[in-house]
Design a protein around this ligand. Structure first.
Ligand code: SF4
Ligand code: SF4
Length: 371
């Protein structure tokens, strides 16, 4: 299995290593040299030096290039990143979950493989595989391996409850993920089992985390603060620090993908934060999202005007930038707002909240003035 990937990424060329956070920019001439390299030839001295500087533990001396290097081919498409909900099914039933019904549904393997082929052809180097709980999908292991073999740097977003499974740990050892992002829903059994509505969920989470830490997976925690866990925010952060894991704290609950506002009751009122100013976004231009049926949208929130990858193939992506332009300009339920000239809320996000009939305070930056 390859230990290095040389690849175009947007306007540049990079040298990256699965399982590693660091990487190097490659001048185009160097990238072209690697493209032309004979698989039987040993690495040239500049590559050995570069690797020794970045990853001293990786000894390539005397090894043929084809043994450790995967060179991604140039793409005429502009995409460097994608996310993929392999399946909406989940073994938890979190009160705040924006996936709503979480039906076990996905594509047959052939369509999954076709979607991954299209993503690779579109230039996707960084792929997030998410769910639902992605690891419960029957094809997760082979989809992960296939994406890895295509030369993608993979992030798996998971609730962590199954990370103790031997087959998963073996897969991640053989094909290292770029990152495993684990959601954390509480710091104790009562709050965790309460929010996930699954007795025993906390125990599964702890078992998964212990195994994942022992296996030294590249973990990052997503600390999710809800009404059930509001009093444990600091305890969750402390636990991440005790484990020596970096973390991000998420406090704002989003309506479901079906436009339902019922999950907003899980919001911790005192943790509702003003969102970051929207200053533009490359959704649909340099990245896209794919749902369990292979339907592509500009991102996880702006799901209108989807494109079927299994049916249309890569040519379907040609419509994505114009869809993005349209979704970014749409005023929807904000039309008539006298403050729209200075609005800094992303349009797809605002529309999503409006469809769910969410309170203005949950998304509008001008909520005091407009309310
Ligand atoms: S673990 Fe994630 S996908 Fe599953 S119910 Fe909770 S928030 Fe939803
Ligand atoms: S919700 Fe808005 S800011 Fe977020 S990715 Fe989509 S378009 Fe961009």
């Amino acid at each position: 299995m390859h230990a290095l990937i040389a690849s175009p990424f947007l306007e540049q060329h990079v040298l990256v290593r699965p399982g590693s956070r660091s990487g190097a920019l490659l001048p185009e001439a160097r990238y072209e040299e690697l493209r032309a390299l004979d698989a039987e030839a040993p690495a040239s001295s500049w590559l050995l030096d570069s690797v020794a500087g970045q990853w001293p533990d990786l000894d390539l001396t005397g090894r043929p290039a084809g043994d450790f290097l995967l060179v991604r081919q140039p793409s005429s498409w502009s995409y460097g990143k994608a996310s993929w909900e392999i399946n909406l099914g989940c073994n938890f039933d979190c009160k705040h979950c924006y996936l709503g019904l979480k039906m076990q549904a996905g594509m047959p393997w052939e369509d999954k493989r076709r979607c991954l082929d299209v993503m690779a052809e579109a230039g996707v180097l960084w792929l997030q595989i998410t769910g639902g709980e992605p690891t419960i999908d029957r094809d997760f292991m082979r989809a992960y391996r296939y994406a890895f073999e295509l030369g993608m740097m993979i992030t798996v977003s998971t609730n962590g409850s199954l990370l103790w499974r031997r087959n998963l740990l073996d897969l991640f050892r053989e094909c290292p993920p770029y990152r495993v992002t684990v959601s954390m829903y509480g710091a104790a059994k009562a709050s965790y089992d309460g929010l996930t509505q699954r007795p025993g969920a906390w125990d599964q989470f702890v078992q998964g985390m212990n195994a994942a830490r022992h296996a030294r997976l590249p973990l990052r925690m997503s600390v999710v603060v809800t009404e059930d866990s509001a009093h444990e925010e600091q305890a969750m952060v402390d636990l991440c620090n005790t484990w020596g894991l970096e973390h991000n704290v998420f406090t704002n609950v989003t309506p479901t993908i079906y436009g339902g506002g019922e999950v907003l009751t899980a919001q911790s009122a005192q943790h509702l934060k003003t969102r970051k100013r929207f200053e533009g976004c490359n959704a649909g231009v340099t990245f896209f999202h794919t749902d369990p049926h292979g339907q592509v949208s500009i991102c996880k929130i702006g799901r209108d005007d989807q494109i079927s990858l299994p049916r249309e193939g890569i040519q379907g992506l040609a419509r994505l930038t114009s869809i993005a332009d349209r979704l970014m300009l749409r005023t929807g339920g904000c039309s008539g707002c006298t403050l729209s000239g200075s609005c800094t809320v992303c349009r797809p996000l605002a529309k999503h909240y409006q469809e769910a009939k969410a309170p203005l305070a949950s998304y509008c930056q001008h909520r005091q003035e407009a309310g």
